[in-house]
Write a protein that binds this ligand. Structure first.
Ligand SMILES: Cc1ncc(COP(=O)(O)O)c(C=O)c1O
Length: 441
């Protein structure tokens, strides 16, 4: 099929996630190498989003590609009830990254949504409590359970959802739900609010609090200092398990192995996906502290998937973790953070539409506004009218760069392997796309 025929076939036969199907017109991607994607017409795009904030190694890293090929020639599949060599090795490597002195174990899933659902099942089984608290303005996956955990409009299609899930507000300094401009006051009020929710929901019925340590697709909101440590303290006070959803923030994205390492708090379970294989193959999982995992030594673990710990995926994961370690990529996000912060703040000085630049590691967002003084969003959050955003992303692609956003937020999260020269190219493309955006058509 030629490029046009492929486009027609795709539009006719594929349902694409999250969009109004009639309005779709993305490039037809056929190849990836390093920081770049290539379409069927031979256009090249700098991937400023690392896929879905997940291709942390850049595209087609040969060490992972070779490991996948090697595994495919040896063993493509074995039922998860068997033990498997690559799975044992990957779990051992993951155990080295866990935050617990007592160590821990991993339950493998196919992706992030399953990981969050399985984490919640595990804490419900082990604690005998049923309720789960999660944040508004969070995303935890699209399946009915994970969709119920989600705290924004991607939850609505799952409603009424699964029982026992209660949402609460977390800090968001640029648009404080707690009516303050002072991050310290924001943290204090957010923790008072959370404790009220806990007590009014009956603390003894709450199995877990599930949180993204840095809010991801809802706008890269970095919680002010002390918030997550405060949540940890509340969990300790009320015997509640803390689950960190590190699906987007894991594996070097924030300039450390995990966001909880960088931020300095200790969850009881950590869910992961995306970066564990640099998204080359589907894999997710739940890391569980040993004292909790041991519960399942004499109780059945009632979780399982045909693809739990799929040999191909875990082989890809093992190779990916090796590259992160050997190429120093867990920490490289700190260098990228310096470049991104200064480059994006320079763009902000030039383009009044950029209300806030925020981020950590190789994980940034630009929040766009109509007016910096009032902070009125350029397009309404969760609104139906995308305004100039599709035109902005199209302008960006014309200048050889790709990223995605939601409503008035643009994500900037390049692979951890990005070079300074590539990043500068991306910043120039963003600059030109913003310039085009502010010129009336
Ligand atoms: C924080 C977070 N949790 C969970 C998920 C869901 O992961 P998956 O799409 O692999 O089910 C995502 C996906 O973007 C995510 O960003």
């Amino acid at each position: 099929m030629n490029a046009n025929e492929l486009r027609e076939a795709h539009a006719r036969h594929v349902l694409t996630p999250w969009g109004v199907q009639g309005a779709l017109n993305p490039p037809m991607i056929v190849r990836g190498a390093g920081s770049f994607l290539y379409d069927a017409e031979g256009n090249r795009y700098l991937d400023l989003a690392s896929g879905l904030v997940s291709v942390n190694l850049g595209h087609s890293h040969p060490a992972v590609v070779n490991a996948i090929a090697e595994q495919a020639s040896r063993l493509c599949y074995a039922a998860p009830s068997f033990f498997n060599d690559a799975r044992a090795e990957l779990a051992t490597e993951l155990a080295k990254l866990m935050p617990w002195s007592e160590s821990g174990r991993v339950f493998f899933t196919t992706g992030g949504a399953e990981a969050n659902e399985d984490a919640v099942k595990m804490v419900r089984m082990a604690t005998g409590r049923s309720k789960v608290l999660t944040a508004y303005r969070s995303f935890h996956g699209s399946s009915p359970g994970a969709g119920t955990f989600t705290g924004e409009n991607r939850r609505w299609a799952t409603e009424p959802g699964i029982p026992g899930v209660v949402h609460f507000w977390t800090p968001y300094p640029y648009r404080s739900p707690f009516n303050t401009n002072d991050p310290k006051v924001e943290v204090e009020r957010a923790l008072v609010h959370l404790e009220l929710v806990i007590t009014y929901e009956n603390a003894a019925s709450i199995a877990a609090i599930l949180l993204e340590p840095v809010v991801g697709s809802n706008g890269v909101i970095v919680y002010p200092e002390g918030y997550l440590q405060g949540v940890r303290a509340l969990c300790d006070r009320y015997g509640i398990m803390l689950i960190a959803d590190e699906v987007m923030t894991g594996f070097g994205r924030t300039g450390a192995t995990f966001a909880h390492t960088r931020i300095g708090f200790v969850p009881d379970l950590v869910t992961f996906a995306k970066g564990v294989t640099s998204s080359y193959l589907p894999l997710g999982g739940v890391m569980v502290r040993e004292s909790l995992a041991a519960y399942f030594d004499d109780h059945a673990l009632m979780c399982g998937h045909t693809y739990s710990g799929h040999p191909m995926s875990v082989a890809a994961g093992l190779a990916t973790l090796r590259v992160y370690r050997e190429e120093g990529l867990y920490e490289r996000g700190r260098e990228i953070e310096t470049w991104l912060r200064s480059g994006l703040e320079e763009l902000q000085r030039k383009h009044p539409v950029i209300g806030e630049v925020r981020g950590i590691g190789s994980f940034f967002a630009l929040e766009l506004v109509k007016d910096r003084a009032t902070r009125e969003p350029l397009v309404e959050w969760q609104g139906k009218n995308p305004g100039p955003m599709p035109a902005f992303f199209s302008e960006l692609r014309k200048r050889g760069a790709y990223t995605f956003g939601r409503y008035n937020v643009v994500m900037v999260a390049p692979p951890l392997t990005v070079t300074r020269a590539e990043l500068d190219e991306g910043l120039r493309a963003l600059d030109a796309a913003f310039a085009a955006l502010s010129v009336p058509a």
